[in-house]
Write a protein that binds this ligand. Structure first.
Ligand SMILES: Cc1cc2nc3c(=O)[nH]c(=O)nc-3n(C[C@H](O)[C@H](O)[C@H](O)COP(=O)(O)OP(=O)(O)OC[C@H]3O[C@@H](n4cnc5c(N)ncnc54)[C@H](O)[C@@H]3O)c2cc1C
Length: 294
């Protein structure tokens, strides 16, 4: 991580390297940034503020019990979704909106499904479903999914641009045109489904592999149309712990001055990035939250 340490009220200066997301800045004047000491491989363990407005930090290696004391005039907490960071913000008087994972994949126990691997807005993986559509859903539903223990029924509409009646009409029309072809080998192009996905859906409906379009009953066509519009999957969990991209929750934005990222509760304390109660969908929006806030 590149921590941006600055005299927050005057200008910004990027330090070339640091392993700490918490930057204490001493003697911060217009030209005295050389007073910044960069310490790598260490974590800020505790933070408190004193009556004279300074910050007292305890810093040390996670593997060692010995801690150094640092006194800082300014403090920037930019610890991402680390528990320690939320704890530091709490020690300095901030509240924390409950944190839950966001942007994660869905675990689905369906061997036939997981055999399909395809790239698209919904990506089938060897453990379930991923891709932009699923990640977006996980972000919008982050709290509900967390409270349901990441279990539930996912309904997928494979033909979102067509109404159910239009899907039926497409199937009936295809049947008329491709009488002599096997249903499994010829899917209507209007659905834009890759071959294995079409086969998977027909299997789920119990359609015989060798049936010709000519022999398919209207009843079967209508049940295939229903499946295309409302295909349910039992979600049994989320992708592995820590596989999620981002954390929802954190320090409420109402406790921060959004012009300067300074805390409204403690002067000279700044908070930036994922520690704040803000998270976005994929596409760089989380980086966008982080970068301008530094
Ligand atoms: C696999 C993955 C893919 C992602 N893809 C995208 C994407 O495509 N688009 C997008 O917008 N976002 C994406 N994100 C999210 C994005 O990376 C984060 O939202 C963003 O990096 C948060 O920046 P930050 O500076 O707030 O925190 P971080 O980048 O997490 O930096 C926090 C730093 O603080 C340090 N730290 C923590 N606690 C302490 C402590 N007590 N003392 C000292 N230092 C400490 C940590 O070691 C770390 O270096 C992805 C995240 C992951 C994990």
């Amino acid at each position: 991580m590149e921590a941006s340490v600055s005299d927050p009220k005057k200008r910004r200066q990027h330090l070339p390297e640091t392993a700490t997301g918490v930057a204490g800045l001493t003697n911060c004047g217009a030209v005295t940034l050389i007073a910044v000491s960069v310490q790598t491989g260490k974590a800020v363990i505790t933070a408190s503020s004193s009556a004279d407005g300074k910050f007292a930090l305890k810093i040390g290696k996670r593997t060692s019990a010995s801690l150094d004391s640092v006194v800082a005039d300014y403090l920037l907490i930019a610890t991402g979704s680390s528990k320690e960071g939320y704890s530091l913000a709490g020690q300095l008087g901030h509240s924390i909106v409950d944190t839950v994972p966001s942007l994660f994949t869905f675990k689905i126990n369906d061997p036939d499904l997981t055999e399909l691997s395809g790239v698209g807005p919904m990506l089938v993986t060897h453990w379930g479903l991923s891709g932009p559509v699923i990640l977006r859903l996980s972000a919008w539903g982050a709290r509900d999914l967390h409270s349901s223990g990441y279990k539930g029924t996912l309904i997928v509409d494979f033909t979102p641009d067509l109404h159910k009646e239009e899907v039926k009409a497409v199937l009936l029309n295809h049947k008329k045109k491709f009488v002599k072809q096997k249903m499994v080998n010829s899917s209507p192009p209007e659905f834009d489904l890759f071959k294995r996905c079409w086969k998977y859906l027909l299997n789920r409906e119990g359609v015989a592999e060798d049936i010709l379009w000519a022999s398919v009953s209207s009843e079967t066509l209508f049940s295939v149309a229903s499946l295309l519009k409302d295909c349910s999957f039992e979600v049994t969990g989320k992708g592995q712990f820590k596989d999620e991209f981002v954390t929802a929750g954190g320090v409420p934005l109402s406790e921060i001055s959004l012009n300067t990222m300074e805390s409204k509760l403690k002067r000279n304390l700044f908070l930036a990035g994922e520690i704040l109660n803000i998270d976005g969908v994929t596409g760089g929006f989380n980086f966008q939250v982080r970068d301008p806030s530094f």
